[in-house]
Ligand binder design. Structure first.
Ligand SMILES: Cc1ncc(COP(=O)(O)O)c(C=O)c1O
Length: 424
């Protein structure tokens, strides 16, 4: 078989990645895997019955409503996104948060993932004058999906966090501001909040300090709000969302329950929003309009907020409590385990101090037992120093049905215990 010679772009994007491995594990587990597989690996949101029922109802309304269905599947939207959806969203953001946002501050993309590809590659990498710019991740571990997005050389610079041990079995990562240096080659600062993979929520104070640094250096502060407010609002701690002209905030319809519609949202100053729309036109002409059509009336009448606050958030609060309960039930003192405080998102982040094998080996051992998790090492990209901690963590998603999560955590505890006891 002929293998083409790849360009720099091809070298970076055609040869696989951690996120591809993860999405194959996830997609295959959801479509073709046997009944015993425990898929605790992807960022798949739960199928919450009330939420699924609402999507079905919306589709029925769309089918019943004159030309709505034909327009949805038969028309191209403008590259910036569906004008009705954008108007409704701008109004909601103004009314709920008091942000000075109009239609011109919003651009839709084909999922949040695509928004990051656009933003990172347009801000960082090789510049017109030959210099190279980078994206600063003030705290890793950070979202695996960013890691391979550069179309040229790698462009992440990451900073090790401070680890604060909490009680007997938990910990929290905090931004190490003393180690944070904004040099001239930094194009933007980026954080996910709540953070994938850890469930961390950077405090309002940390966010203010990062925003101040961005302002001082006149660079964008990118906040990935895939799990945040106002929707899906999978925030368990007291934290306030933020936006101003310096901030590029991304949202998504995925985690409220519509990942199949591939709808991402960028809220930014007018120049950045317009640049995102330009990239959408060149790369995809326009975006998928199904999610936007389904959501528009729910944004207009505020139901999306009720759904997020009264159904989605409490559902995950319960899920994380259960998962933490099972961790405490199945692990014992023979394993020096800790898990990150769960302040949002869909994951538990487990840390096994001085584990005798790497988390990648643990992933393989668990896969043999039909439990799929994600090895933590993928989330530490952009660090330029060795750090044993990067091989000691795993990410466990708790959105699958109860028996899968419980059974999966039980097997993880067994396998990890075997690993520690086999060397003692
Ligand atoms: C932190 C974070 N950002 C962005 C995304 C991208 O999601 P989507 O492209 O489905 O909007 C994800 C998906 O898991 C995520 O966890």
């Amino acid at each position: 078989m002929m293998t083409p010679e790849y360009s720099k772009f091809g070298e970076q994007l055609c040869k696989g990645s951690g996120i591809e491995e993860l999405m194959y594990d996830l997609g295959n587990a959801l479509t073709t895997a046997g009944p015993d597989v425990k898929m605790l690996g992807g960022g798949q949101p739960a199928h919450i019955p009330e939420v699924d029922a609402l999507w079905r109802k919306r589709m029925e309304e769309i089918m019943a409503d004159g030309q709505c269905f034909e327009n949805m599947v038969g028309n191209y939207d403008p590259p910036q996104g569906n004008p009705h959806f954008i108007t409704a969203l701008a109004k909601m953001l103004r009314e709920n948060f008091g942000w000075d946002v109009t239609e011109k501050n919003i651009a839709i993309t084909s999922g949040g993932q695509t928004a990051f590809f656009f933003l990172f590659n347009s801000l960082a990498g090789r510049m017109g004058d030959g210099s190279r710019k980078k994206i600063l991740l003030p705290l890793v571990p950070e979202y695996i999906g960013y890691a391979n997005q550069s179309v040229g050389e790698d462009f992440f610079k990451a900073v090790k966090p401070i680890i604060e041990e909490v009680g007997d079995s938990q910990f929290k990562y905090r931004v190490d501001f003393d180690a944070l240096e904004i040099t001239d080659d930094i194009a933007a600062i980026c954080v996910s909040r709540p953070t994938n993979p850890t469930g961390n929520v950077l405090t309002d104070n940390e966010m203010k300090r990062l925003a101040d640094l961005a302002k001082q250096h006149d660079i964008p502060f990118i906040i990935d709000n895939a799990y945040g407010a106002p929707f899906p609002n999978i925030f368990f701690s007291d934290a306030n969302p933020m936006w101003d002209e310096q901030v590029i905030l991304t949202l998504s319809l995925s985690k409220i329950g519509l990942p199949g519609t591939r709808t991402g949202i960028v809220v930014a100053n007018e120049a950045v929003a317009s640049a995102v729309a330009s990239m959408s036109a060149i790369i995809g002409l326009s975006n998928n309009n199904i999610g936007q059509t389904m959501m528009t009336p729910l944004v207009e009448n505020g139901d999306i907020l009720k759904l997020s606050n009264n159904i989605v958030k409490p559902y995950y609060v319960e899920k994380t409590k259960q998962a933490q309960g099972w961790v405490k039930e199945y692990f014992d003192e023979s394993v020096p385990y800790r898990y990150h405080v769960s302040e949002g998102a869909l994951f538990l982040w487990l840390w096994f101090k001085d584990m005798p094998v790497s988390s990648k080996v643990l992933y393989t051992k668990l896969k043999e037992r039909e439990v799929l998790i994600v090895s933590g090492h993928y989330f530490f990209f952009g660090l330029d120093e060795e750090w044993s901690h990067t091989d000691e963590c795993i990410r466990v998603t708790y959105t699958m049905p109860e028996e899968k999560v419980r059974g999966g955590i039980e097997i993880i505890a067994e396998v990890v215990k075997e690993i520690y006891t086999s060397v003692n």
